[in-house]
Design a protein around this ligand. Structure first.
Ligand code: R5P
Length: 293
């Protein structure tokens, strides 16, 4: 029998205080469902609405890229500095500690290696498996203007439909073919198409006139780092992208191929979340690098 004796019987319904309705401030995402917003909150910092994604998924088409030969040695020590880890399910299950509780963006397309036609990708992860590993989003490559453009767009829209059923955001990764011009006109086309077709956010490359790309894309844009640059140049690129409307970076080689990856990711965080100017961030990188010895 329930023990009701001495039970406190005074209620406070706060009748003069309206219930709070928190606005979800991430660009273009306020009308998404709760689960989708909750997952995006594992990726984007609630204060800055920005993210530092650590991209280590290169092996899915490039094999053991320089810096990723041993994920356990080179990447796992960086996990505490990233808002999100972008990886494949193979790396996640074999080398990522299950005690890692921040966001995971799961690579969900694949097929061809660097030896073949890159745009001939298919969906490579079932939505059920993405849920099983507690992914916060799935990532799909989209090859606008590529040989298999329609197939890659279809991969994305099928993942968006599956993601909408389960509250799983889709990150569209705009891949630029070797023979294509990597400029703002192309990026506006590619990012806008991805957003119109339903992805939650888009990854693209930083280009001149980048503010026109972010302005015309109704959902958040993060930039890939691309090939390894000198640290100051990479920090400058990240700074310029953020100041021109990017919602973060999805950076790989410019972090894990740096002489001091932990120092570099901490400097990138300052640029992304605190608008630190690149020269100051580079000084921080040098200080942290020297302190680590
Ligand atoms: C490339 O397709 C992969 O998805 C990488 O995640 C992406 O390119 C970001 O890595 P990086 O900064 O090395 O370009």
């Amino acid at each position: 029998m329930a023990d009701t004796e001495g039970m406190k019987d005074s209620h406070n319904y706060h009748l003069d205080t309206p219930q709070e309705n928190e606005v979800f401030t991430l660009k273009g995402c306020n009308s998404l469902d709760w689960g989708m917003k909750n997952r995006l909150s594992n990726i984007f910092d609630a204060q800055s609405d920005r993210t530092v994604m650590l991209a280590v998924d290169h092996g899915y088409f490039m094999g053991p890229t320089t810096g990723l030969e041993r994920i356990d040695i080179r990447i796992n020590p960086l996990l505490g500095y990233a808002d999100t880890l972008m990886c494949t399910r193979g790396v996640l299950r074999s080398m990522t500690p299950p005690s890692y509780t921040r966001g995971i963006v799961l690579r969900a397309s694949g097929g061809p290696s660097i030896l073949k036609e890159m745009s001939n990708e298919h969906i490579a992860v079932n939505m059920e498996d993405a849920l099983r590993v507690n992914a916060s989003a799935v990532a799909v490559q989209v090859f606008i203007g590529g040989e298999y453009e329609t197939q890659s767009v279809n991969n994305m829209t099928r993942l968006v439909d599956a993601g909408n059923r389960y509250g799983m955001p889709v990150l569209s990764v705009t891949a630029v073919g070797r023979d294509m011009v990597r400029d703002a006109k192309y990026m506006r086309l590619a990012t806008r198409m991805c957003a119109e077709l339903g992805c939650a956010y888009v990854k693209t490359y930083y280009v001149d006139d980048f503010e026109t790309v972010t302005a015309s894309c109704p959902v958040p844009i993060v930039i890939a780092g691309g090939k390894k640059l000198p640290e100051l140049d990479a920090l400058t690129m990240a700074h310029n992208a953020i100041q021109q409307g990017a919602s973060g970076v999805d950076m790989g080689r410019n972090i894990f191929q740096s002489d001091a990856p932990a120092a570099m990711i901490q400097a990138v965080r300052k640029v992304v979340h605190e608008d630190m100017p690149p020269k100051e961030a580079f000084e921080l990188y040098e200080t942290l690098k020297n302190a680590a010895g």
